[in-house]
Ligand binder design. Structure first.
Ligand code: NDP
Length: 336
């Protein structure tokens, strides 16, 4: 069983040498345990936060232990009556090829149906990132038909699901993404009405805000924030009265860069409601959100792309790439 453990904590930017590849034997199963062979590992921005020590909403990743992470795979051995060999399951197996799971632990493994939804989608559009988009849009932004909503990191796992959900509610949907290819994909495949390549403006808040003007002729009613920094400042200059901001992520600061907000008075002037959220604290919405997301995928209205690295040894580089925008769509590692 090849595993990636956290060897040491990043000093500033995360680097490949923070991780270490180790080889272990999978232990013999005890009664009640299940052995899962992972097909895909999910790489997610939140993992960067766990690499640090210090105060956060979640405990830090422990040094010398297997990096945490969502996985989908197949039961290859079972000593629990609820699981049979061949069952496809979603779990938190971590950065490794196999995991041993206590079959009785609540929520440790969830069987998934791959007859209509590909297995890997349970880590993306029909999984945690999809539900994240759903919660921020439906519960925080709560748009009315015809309103304009904007999302940053628009073509990523969360952003692409956001677009489909917002179109289904009759919104005008505008994205911010890094590069012309991502913007083309946003328009042609994800259903965005407009997409702006923020890199063209190199952190110039005024210029980016000007670029948003024709894309959002009626201003912005809802903003789903994934990035922070100058992108957020530029969007805030276009927000309408009584607008809402779902503060989901601030990836531009995950490596430690400070992210000052240029003009917080705009929140007051526009009576904007800003709410941060953590999707795992809202388990009550997951069934409804997952049902809608699976339906959108089935109807071809949500066509997520994936960037797939091959083999567990490739996980650290793929993860560092995700933090730099090298991924197009959901970043995965394929393990078999
Ligand atoms: P993505 O698939 O969107 O990948 C991350 C993307 O972030 C990159 O592709 C890149 O897109 C963008 N990015 C990276 N660095 C920067 C930077 N310095 N400035 C601007 N953009 C950058 O990841 P996810 O969809 O999985 O996650 C999106 C966001 O949602 C993250 O902030 C994440 O932390 C957050 N999240 C929050 C959750 C919650 O419960 N609150 C749950 C899940 C995710 P581009 O090239 O377009 O800039």
């Amino acid at each position: 069983n090849q595993q990636i453990v956290l060897d040491n904590r990043p000093q500033g930017e995360a680097v490949a040498s923070n991780f270490r590849l180790v080889l272990t034997d999978t232990p013999a199963l005890e009664d009640g345990q299940v052995l899962v062979r992972h097909h895909y590992l999910s790489l997610d921005p939140y993992m960067r936060g766990r690499m640090n020590e210090g105060r956060s909403y979640a405990a830090a990743q422990r040094l010398g232990e297997v990096m945490m992470g969502g996985t989908v795979g197949e039961v290859v051995e079972s000593r629990h009556p609820r699981y049979a060999v061949g069952d496809k399951v979603l779990g938190m197996g971590g950065w490794q090829e196999y995991s041993v799971v206590d079959g009785a632990a609540v929520g440790a493994l969830r069987p998934v149906d791959t007859s209509h939804v590909p297995l890997s989608y349970y880590l993306g559009a029909v999984g945690m990132p999809g539900v994240t988009a759903w919660y921020g849009l439906v519960r925080i932004i709560a748009p009315k038909e015809g309103e304009t909503v904007v999302v940053s990191a628009a073509t990523g796992a969360v952003g692409s699901a956001f677009a489909a959900l917002a179109k289904a509610r009759g919104c005008r949907v505008v994205g911010l993404a890094g590069g012309a290819d991502k913007c083309r994909y946003a328009l042609q495949e994800l259903g965005f009405d407009a997409c702006i390549d923020y890199r063209q403006y190199a952190g110039d808040v005024k210029a980016l805000s000007q670029a948003l003007k024709p894309a959002c002729p009626n201003g912005i009613d809802g903003y789903f924030e994934n990035v922070g920094g100058p992108i957020m400042d530029a969007v805030m200059l276009r927000m309408n009265a009584f607008s809402r901001i779902a503060l989901c992520g601030m990836i531009a600061g995950y490596d430690g860069a400070p992210l000052p907000m240029r003009n917080p008075a705009l929140l007051l002037i526009n009576r904007t409601r800003l709410e941060g959220f953590i999707v795992s604290e809202h388990m009550q919405v997951w069934p409804e959100a997952l049902t809608e997301l699976a339906t959108l995928v089935g109807a071809g209205k949500l066509r997520p792309r994936e960037t797939v690295a091959q083999g567990i040894a490739a996980a650290p580089q793929a993860f560092l790439g995700l933090l730099k925008g090298k991924n197009l769509g959901k970043q995965l590692v394929k393990l078999i």
